[in-house]
Each structure stands twice: as structure tokens, then as C-alpha cells.
Design a protein around this ligand. Structure first.
Ligand code: C2E
Ligand code: MG
Ligand code: MG
Ligand code: MG
Length: 275
């Protein structure tokens, strides 16, 4: 019996590994088979003022990959595929092009501003000239740099090289906002928080989903107090319920983002409803 059970376990293990390897291959093929300029689409998710003074409407830009046959691949799958196949620079360029164009169109048609937060990968920030090109593209499109925010993650800070530091400083000095995504899940040190030209911290959904417990509520309250004490604002990610919002309002969270208000939706719809 033991032997049989062992064999069953082993075959489950094999087929699971096999399934994952197959999926990975399939996504690699999809990503290699189409140019990012054709395949990348963007959605926007609104960021809502909680304790903040509502000013310029804000959105996070979330990328999707459209395959030739119309299937949509999520970023959790295709971003790692793009990274391992040397295509992440082209994906980010496609996302930025779409975001800047949509912003230009919004400024012209509505005469009002909107601010878009873009996720980037470590390889983007390490690529020579990334910050300079971004600033040039914004200038060419006549989009004010302060309408763009770049989201970096704590894990990118683990390799804080002089060139990464200088890229972040060029971005900041150019007037582009910087924020720290998935805050609390990585290893950011207080020294980085003090030194980096970051204007906001995005508290990861992991803490927000637990915020009805006093432990997570106290933890998030501490993060908010710490952020405010060093002059940063806080955005809570993944707010799904009115009770989570209520808790966050009580502890002075500045901004919120989550399914409570909206999933990521097509830019036209997002700008019409929340712009
Ligand atoms: P992220 O930057 O932390 O983005 C938040 C993710 O949480 C998004 O998933 C969003 O749809 C999801 N989300 C927002 N509100 C809620 C909520 O209330 N409940 C739940 N369950 N989820 C919520 P998405 O769009 O699948 O993106 C996943 C991750 O992929 C992003 O996490 C980001 O790290 C990465 N990503 C997305 N777009 C890009 C991109 O253009 N470039 C790069 N490098 N990475 C991207
Ligand atoms: Mg993000
Ligand atoms: Mg995040
Ligand atoms: Mg996250």
C-alpha cells in the first residue's frame, strides 16, 4: 500500500510539474510569436481619495497580452515570460506608448488632467537611457511629467546599484512621480525609504484583506504613521469591502484602489467614469 501511495504521489507530482512546464512553454510561445506593439493592451484601475484631498484623478495602468486568436494573457503570466525572453523592454515601451497616447487624447478632449501609474520591471530601470527616453517621449507628446508615476517594487531595491539610484534620481528630477509597490511583502530597509525620491507607498493587498483583524489593522496603522512621518503618502491596494474601507479611513490611509470601486477596465470607460 505504502509503495502504491508513493507511486501515486510521485505521478501527481510529475503531472503537476509537466502541466506547469507546458503552460510556461505555451506562454513563451505566445509572447515570442507576436510583437508587443501589437499584442499589449492596457486597462486602468481608479485610485480613490480616502483621507487625501481629491485632486487630479489617478489610475494604475495594468497590462494584458492579446494573442493572435484573441485570448487574453494576464501579466502574472506574460511579464515573467517577457523577462526571461529578453522582451520586457519592448513590453514596457508598448505600455508607455499606449498610456502616453491615451493621456494626450484625454488632455485634448476633456481639457482635464489624469495621472497614470505604470508598473516597470527591474530590467527596465537597468536599461541604459530608460529615464532619458521616457522624459523625451513625454516632452514629444506634450504630456506633463507629473501626470506619470512609475511603480517600483521592494525587490528591485535589493540590488541598489549606483546606476539604479541615478536612474531613479533622473526620473524624479524630471518631474515624474515614483511609488513603492507591494509595500510590506519585500525587504525594503528604512535606509532606502529615507533616501529614495519616492512620493508614495502602496500597501500590499495581503495586509488589506486581513485588516478586520486587530493585528493587521495595527500593522497597517503603523505603516501609515511611519510613511506620513517621513513625508510619504499611502495607497492601499486590493480594497474589496466597505468594512475594509472604513478601517482604512479610521487610520488615515490617503488613497485606495480595489474591486470595491472598480476592477481594471478599458481606458475609455475608466476615464469617463472616474476621470
Ligand atoms: P500590482 O502592480 O500589485 O497590481 C495590482 C494587481 O491587483 C492587479 O492585478 C489588479 O488587477 C489586482 N487587484 C486590484 N484590486 C484588486 C482587488 O480588490 N482584489 C483583488 N483580488 N485583486 C485586485 P493584475 O492586473 O493581474 O497585475 C498583476 C501584477 O502584474 C501587477 O501587480 C504588476 O506587478 C504586474 N504588472 C501589471 N501590468 C504590468 C506592466 O505593464 N509592467 C510590469 N512590469 N508589470 C505589470
Ligand atoms: Mg502596481
Ligand atoms: Mg501592487
Ligand atoms: Mg501587488
Amino acid at each position: 500500500h505504502a509503495k502504491e501511495a508513493g507511486r501515486n504521489r510521485a505521478s501527481h507530482f510529475d503531472s503537476d510539474l509537466e502541466r506547469r512546464a507546458l503552460k510556461r512553454l505555451e506562454i513563451d510561445r505566445a509572447v515570442l510569436g507576436r510583437s508587443p506593439m501589437d499584442a499589449v493592451e492596457i486597462l486602468l484601475q481608479p485610485q480613490i481619495a480616502i483621507a487625501a484631498r481629491a485632486g487630479t484623478p489617478r489610475f494604475e495602468v495594468l497590462a494584458r497580452w492579446r494573442t493572435e486568436d484573441g485570448t487574453l494573457i494576464m501579466p502574472g503570466d506574460f511579464i515573467p515570460a517577457a523577462e526571461r525572453n529578453g522582451l520586457i523592454g519592448a513590453v514596457t515601451a508598448a505600455v508607455l506608448r499606449l498610456a502616453i497616447r491615451r493621456l494626450r487624447q484625454h488632455l485634448e478632449q476633456n481639457g482635464t488632467e489624469a495621472r497614470l501609474a505604470i508598473n516597470v520591471s527591474a530590467a527596465d530601470l537597468e536599461a541604459r537611457g530608460f529615464a532619458r527616453r521616457l522624459l523625451e517621449d513625454l516632452h514629444a507628446a506634450d504630456v506633463p511629467p507629473d501626470l506619470i508615476e512609475i511603480e517600483i517594487t521592494e525587490s528591485m531595491l535589493l540590488r541598489m546599484t549606483p546606476s539604479l539610484k541615478s536612474t531613479l534620481n533622473v526620473i524624479h528630477r524630471g518631474g515624474i512621480q515614483l511609488s513603492l509597490d507591494d509595500f510590506g511583502t519585500g525587504f525594503s530597509s528604512m535606509a532606502y525609504l529615507r533616501e529614495l525620491p519616492i512620493s508614495s507607498l502602496k500597501i500590499d493587498r495581503e495586509f488589506i484583506s486581513g485588516i478586520e483583524s486587530s493585528r493587521d489593522r495595527n500593522l497597517v496603522a503603523g505603516m501609515i504613521a511611519m510613511a506620513h512621518s517621513i513625508g510619504k503618502e499611502v495607497i492601499a491596494e486590493g480594497i474589496e469591502t466597505p468594512r475594509q474601507l472604513e478601517r482604512l479611513a479610521e487610520i488615515g490611509c490617503d488613497w485606495g484602489q480595489g474591486y470595491l470601486w472598480s476592477r481594471p477596465i478599458p481606458p475609455d470607460q475608466a476615464l469617463a467614469e472616474f476621470g
